[in-house]
Design a protein. Structure first.
Length: 344
């Protein structure tokens, strides 16, 4: 089968590898569509993802496909289901490490609930935390929405971690896929005023189409006039980039006792300028998904999709065949892509 391999940092290729052989607790999924994770996948290709230094590796973690075979102990997948979150955790003796391996012609999903019931859902027994979010989606959820849900459910799953509740006033920094998901999903969820910050006017316009109330540049929110007018009125400030400089830029805007929310993998030693912050605030670091919340979010997303309130067409800007993977990443590198999908 085909799989996307990073043979060494800075290189990418499609290679033929063996199709996975499933065990009793697994289902085999034929991939329909994958989506690039602009930040994570780019870092893996560049050799700059924290904790990953073994190459070659098989790439990808945003995947949707159809179940074609199930193991004898599987109860929560059946042939014909559409499933998301498939990966390949072990390539055996093929000389390939797993960078999740979701950009493969066939992937594996694990029946986490059965593993848990039988006491097998532990790292010592080879169970990854991501097995919990390998799930089916309702039949009305088409491949595009299914694969983009890999991003949406992770973002919506962070709402509880970030103490976001209906009516709150928030400002989001960064209008990539994550930042725009906070805007779009936040409006559907019932947040109050949602403002967004980005350096590029074109991205701010996209954010307004997604429902942002106001769009600002980093320079605008740093002026004494803006800070004075904001008067620490934001219930939550969200860094959708993962940089301490971003957090520092919005510390003057958060209210007393408000929430400072970081969504992204930061450097080991971030520096926060507390002189800019209120005396009391809660700092939330979301560098890895809360899997139970991420899984639960899919029910809400599926409802919004069925009601016609949430569409992948708002996010997908580029489409390629999997053989065009190099062209797809080149478009990401040029900054042209919001979300890019590839078909097998």
């Amino acid at each position: 089968m085909k799989t996307v391999i990073v043979p060494a940092p800075g290189k990418i290729e499609i290679r033929q590898v063996e199709t996975p052989v499933i065990n009793a607790y697994q289902a085999l999924v034929k991939t329909e569509m994958v989506a690039l994770c602009n930040a994570t996948d780019s870092k893996l290709i560049a050799g700059k993802f924290p904790g990953v230094d073994t190459y070659p590796l098989a790439l990808g973690h945003e995947n949707a496909g159809i179940v074609v075979a199930v193991g004898e102990k599987v109860r929560n997948f059946k042939v014909g289901d559409r499933a998301i979150g498939g990966l390949i955790s072990d390539f055996g003796a093929q000389g390939v490490d797993s960078g999740w391996g979701g950009f493969s012609e066939y992937v594996v999903v694990n029946d986490f609930e059965v593993l848990k019931e039988e006491g097998l859902a532990t790292p010592e027994q080879g169970c990854w935390d991501s097995f919990e979010i390998q799930n089916t989606v309702p039949s009305h959820v088409q491949p595009e929405e299914a694969v983009i849900s890999c991003t949406w459910r992770e973002v919506l799953g962070a709402f509880k971690d970030f103490n976001l509740t209906p009516g709150k006033k928030v400002i989001v920094v960064g209008s990539g896929p994550v930042g725009l998901s906070f805007v779009k999903l936040g409006k559907l969820f019932g947040l109050g005023q949602i403002d967004i910050v980005d350096m590029l006017p074109a991205k701010l316009e996209v954010a307004r189409r997604m429902g942002a109330d106001n769009g600002y540049t980093p320079a605008e929110i740093s002026t004494p006039e803006f800070i004075a007018a904001a008067n620490r009125s934001y219930d939550a400030v969200i860094d959708a980039v993962g940089l301490d400089v971003v957090v520092n830029s919005v510390l003057p805007l958060v209210k007393m006792g408000g929430d400072v929310c970081v969504y992204g993998v930061m450097t080991k030693n971030p520096t926060f300028d507390l002189s800019k912050a209120p005396y009391n605030f809660d700092l939330h670091m979301h560098q890895w998904p809360t899997r139970s919340e991420e899984k639960a979010a899919m029910t809400t997303l599926a409802q919004w999709i069925e009601e016609g309130r949430l569409s992948a067409s708002d996010f997908i800007t580029h489409r390629f065949a999997i053989e065009e993977i190099e062209e797809a990443f080149a478009a990401v590198k040029r900054g042209e892509v919001l979300k890019c999908v590839l078909t097998f």
